[in-house]
Structure formats: structure tokens, C-alpha cells
Ligand binder design. Structure first.
Ligand code: HEC
Length: 117
């Protein structure tokens, strides 16, 4: 019985730390987004960008944001890269931790994006 309890708690500790890593840190993301001045184009609340052709980021899915930022880092390389002169330069300045944290922060914001199923 004791052995089972140990295994269970070890497994949940692992799940928890993996979850915490994948979740990113919202507060650190807020600081990083301010440092890199993402709002200068995507808008103060990340919901109304300075130009209608610039995407809204507030409330977007975190995993989508992570994927998009990593694609800009790759640029026009391979099948999953994104080629955009503006965002490629922005994304290349970010570390993996910055990407996780900023994406968690943006996903936590209220926005006008809606999910239809
Ligand atoms: C100089 C203006 C500018 C700045 C600064 C900027 N962006 Fe962007 N961002 C854009 C534009 C323009 C696009 C659309 C590019 C395209 O068509 O692929 C974009 C696209 C994105 C996307 C893709 C969204 C989607 O729905 O696919 C993400 C994510 C993003 N930006 C995050 C950031 C983050 C995080 C920062 C700060 C590190 C940042 N941006 C700074 C202009 C900017």
C-alpha cells in the first residue's frame, strides 16, 4: 500500500512539473512582452492592433502562439516556417522561455476572439 502511494505521488509530481513548464509563467510573460514592446504594434491591450492587418493576440490559444512564434523564428525554411520580415526579426530575439511565458500571458488576456464549433 505504501509503495503504491509513493508511485502515485511520484507520478503526480512529474505530471505537475511538466504541466508547470508547459504552462509558461504569465507574470514573466507580461514583463517580457513589455521589454520587447510587442504592444507597439499589437496594441496596448493586444486586442486592437495599430493596423487592421496586424493580428489580435489577446485570448489566442497559448499553443497556437508558441507555434506561430517558433515558425517565425524558422522563417521561410521547411514546410512549417513562416516568412514575415517584421515578425521574423521580433521572434528571433526571443528565447524559448520568453516564447512560453509571453504566450501564456497573451492567452490569459481577455479578447474579442471567439471559438466556434
Ligand atoms: C513592428 C510591428 C510588430 C511588433 C513590434 C510585433 N509584431 Fe507580432 N506581428 C506583426 C505583424 C505585421 C504580424 C502579421 C505577420 C504575418 O502576416 O505573418 C504579426 C504576427 C504575430 C503573431 C502571429 C499571430 C497569428 O494569429 O498567427 C504573433 C504570435 C505575434 N505577432 C507575436 C508578437 C510578439 C510576442 C511580439 C513581441 C515580442 C510581437 N509580435 C511584436 C507586427 C509586429
Amino acid at each position: 500500500m505504501k509503495k503504491i502511494a509513493l508511485v502515485v505521488s511520484a507520478a503526480s509530481a512529474l505530471t505537475f512539473s511538466a504541466g508547470a513548464l508547459a504552462a509558461g509563467n504569465i507574470e514573466a510573460g507580461k514583463v517580457a512582452a513589455a521589454k520587447f514592446n510587442c504592444a507597439s504594434c499589437h496594441g496596448a491591450n493586444y486586442n486592437e492592433a495599430i493596423d487592421p492587418s496586424y493580428p489580435k493576440l489577446a485570448g489566442q490559444h497559448k499553443d497556437y502562439l508558441v507555434q506561430a512564434l517558433k515558425s517565425y523564428q524558422r522563417g521561410a525554411v521547411g514546410t512549417s516556417g513562416r516568412s514575415n520580415a517584421i515578425m521574423e526579426a521580433q521572434a528571433k530575439a526571443l528565447s524559448n522561455a520568453d516564447i512560453e511565458n509571453i504566450s501564456a500571458y497573451l492567452a490569459s488576456l481577455k479578447g474579442s476572439l471567439v471559438l466556434k464549433k
